[in-house]
Design a protein around this ligand. Structure first.
Ligand SMILES: Cc1ncc(COP(=O)(O)O)c(C=O)c1O
Length: 391
């Protein structure tokens, strides 16, 4: 059980508004911002290098807390500046050759697709998409067939898309990747911090996440998990630097053994400390507890919103995380924006170009995205539904 009074007390940002945008950038608990201020204060007085030396144990705590969060070892974790940075470094470690196939889904993140197109332009790779079933779930039979026929070098799946709340079956796809020995990267930007994410069960080689969303960390932070298999195979980011490698002769370098191979030397340690506290806070509450609390909130929100004749939910798939999106054929976006702004509700908006494949299929130009988190109350959900009710 979550002590809702405590988490709300720890979160001053949730007290004067209804904050339903954790899928965008959530509210940090006090401990996150306090830790960052204290770290910066120390840097102000003694300089960045001296501070990092003194705080080394606390810096190491980042790797410990992240490994507890994802069920791996600290040596498999790298700090990153956001999810895209983590994802791009992982992608850059694959030795793509012309004609290589990346197998992905219709719901992968916009920037991942742009990266694939960039790889296509430079290296001539091919992008193949797994079909969805009619209910929006990934078609696992099609996935396996394409693994056999297209022989992809890499499978990329976004665990929970940015444009809807469906949870993709990353564990089942992981089984298939293991069977066919294919590199596997999971974009867990929207799932880490709101549901249990277990890299041993997913069997991925890489998993990327951001700090500022459901993890409730600061902006400009993220993390990357790298499997032992990928590390032992020598995968390394294309632009590795002196953090990830030793310069061992005038003509050569060797990568270090751990996942820190995927980091760059310069890091904002106040940000890293903030993210550490955010992860510790989530670990202490327990991801199972967070997941159950969020499921209650999202089920309440969906089951009541569905009765609103002005809107239609743009959700599909058999499993859902704490994100709901809706659009309208009778009212413009501005109508809902006005209502939510007037009632001091925080929300997100997604446009067609953010999720072109999905929104083309759904034929919507925009959606409003509401993403409750465990610090929200059922009363806030009901108040929001009331705000959106037809007049
Ligand atoms: C599914 C998904 N992947 C990746 C990202 C990119 O995250 P970041 O902005 O931290 O790079 C987002 C951001 O919304 C996202 O929703």
């Amino acid at each position: 059980m979550i002590d809702i009074n405590k988490v709300r007390f720890d979160t001053p940002g949730c007290q004067d508004k209804i904050f339903l945008n954790s899928a965008g950038s959530s509210l940090v608990p006090n401990i996150v911002s306090d830790t960052m201020y204290q770290y910066l204060e120390q840097e102000r007085m003694i300089g960045g290098y001296q501070t990092a030396l003194i705080q080394q144990d606390k810096i190491d705590e980042f790797y410990i807390q992240s490994s507890l969060l994802l069920n791996c070892e600290p040596k498999n974790i790298a700090f990153s500046y956001n999810a895209t940075d983590a994802y791009a470094k992982a992608l850059s470690s694959i030795n793509f050759r012309s004609g290589d196939v990346i197998l992905t889904s219709d719901d992968d993140y916009i920037s991942n697709y742009i990266a694939f197109f960039s790889l296509k332009k430079r290296f001539g790779i091919e992008i193949v998409r797994i079909k969805n079933l009619d209910n929006g779930d990934i078609d696992l039979i099609d996935a396996e067939e394409k693994m056999v026929t297209c022989k992809p070098i890499l499978v990329s799946i976004t665990h929970v898309p940015t444009n809807s709340g469906k949870i993709q079956p990353v564990e089942k796809i992981g089984e298939l990747c293991a069977t066919y020995d294919i590199w596997y990267i999971v974009d867990a930007c929207q799932s880490v911090g709101q549901i249990i994410v277990d890299v041993k069960k997913i069997k991925c080689d890489f998993l990327s996440a951001t700090g500022r969303k459901f993890l409730r960390g600061p902006r400009g932070t993220g993390l990357l998990y790298i499997s032992d298999k990928a590390l032992n195979a020598g995968l390394e980011p294309l632009m590795i630097d002196m953090r990830g490698a030793k310069w061992n002769s005038e003509q050569s370098y060797s990568p270090i053994d751990t996942a820190r191979r995927f980091e760059l030397w310069e890091v904002s340690y106040s940000n890293l400390m903030g993210l550490t506290e955010a992860i510790k806070y989530a670990n202490q509450i327990g991801l199972g507890n967070i997941q159950s609390a969020n499921l209650k909130l999202i089920n309440l929100l969906k089951s009541t919103l569905i009765q609103n004749i002005d809107i239609h939910l743009t959700e599909e798939g058999s499993r859902s995380a704490s994100i709901v999106t809706f659009s309208s054929r009778s009212k413009p976006l501005e109508y809902f924006v006005q209502k939510l702004n007037d009632a001091n509700v925080s929300y997100g908006v997604g446009y067609r170009e953010f999720a072109l494949i999905d929104f083309n299929k759904k034929d919507v130009d925009w959606v409003i995205r509401l993403s409750p988190h465990y610090f929200n109350t059922e009363q806030e959900i009901m108040n929001t539904v009331e705000v959106l009710a037809p007049v």
